[in-house]
Design a binder for this molecule. Sequence first.
Ligand SMILES: Cc1ncc(COP(=O)(O)O)c(C=O)c1O
Length: 310
Amino acid sequence: MSKHDILNAIGNTPCVELRHVVPDGCARVFVKLEGQNPTGSYKDRMAKAMIEEAERRGDLKQGMTVVEATGGSTGSSIALVCAIKGYAFTVVSSNAFAQEKLNTMSAFGATVDIVHSPSGKITPDLIPSMRERAKYLSTGENFYYTDQFSNSDVIVGYEGLGRELLDQLPGGIDAFCGAVGGAGMVMGVSKVLKKELPDCRVTVLEPASAPVITKGHGGRHSVEGIGIGFLPPILDKEMYDDALAIEESEGRAMARRLAKEEGILAGTSTGLNVVAALKIAQELGPGKVVATVACDTGLKYVRGDLFIDN
Ligand SMILES: Cc1ncc(COP(=O)(O)O)c(C=O)c1O
């Protein structure tokens, strides 16, 4: 692959310190701007890893069709990688996710198959039904189901994010937190951080209205990308120290503050990440460092109600 290949534009995102939303008396808080990846989210890292690891093993060969079930960020990333590598891509998604994401997947050449959510919400049965449909559509030898929720190749994709954090914060990282969908991001980053900094505290986050990890049951919510309604198979208890449920309303308010006060335009899952990072920063106090990620660009959500003050 040439060094000028678009796939080499994935990763190496900036890491910025929050200057305005962090109250006095807190640890410093740093955020990786993952919206700067080519499709606007950290999912580009895992899409590239899932496709290239499958190619390396010989599970995916030219002429095959890739299949996945996704809210649209993973799908946009896989669609980009498939477009560049010449694979057909069939993606199962839903009207519960931003129309921008569905259109982006089509723009990259994917075939989009919709599972209808009657309420327009992410209900506990939605992702399982989308996965059933993807499994059905990938029957036969000419298909490769990337199965993001049980595919450990995603962890390989996110290790780079962890390594970048270590380089960008050479003074050390006392805590890292991240909201969990399939859990690939937190698991990949934690694997690297815990190896180099064994005392770094890793916290996984979920919407308080869908507390599968903290309370054992799912629920309806609108935080795209997380709160998938079941415990993600990749989530390994050994790789995190604690779990926090964050109110979706607080995450949404923080997404608006991040835009207005920090110049970071990102989605609701990022809002949750920063709400939690501030709670941890308050507990740890001055002299410590907390890191988290801005998962994706808020441009995906400007047409919805996220940035409308209420
Ligand atoms: C916007 C957004 N935030 C957070 C996540 C959660 O990431 P992970 O699946 O690695 O846990 C996703 C995953 O789809 C996402 O799209």
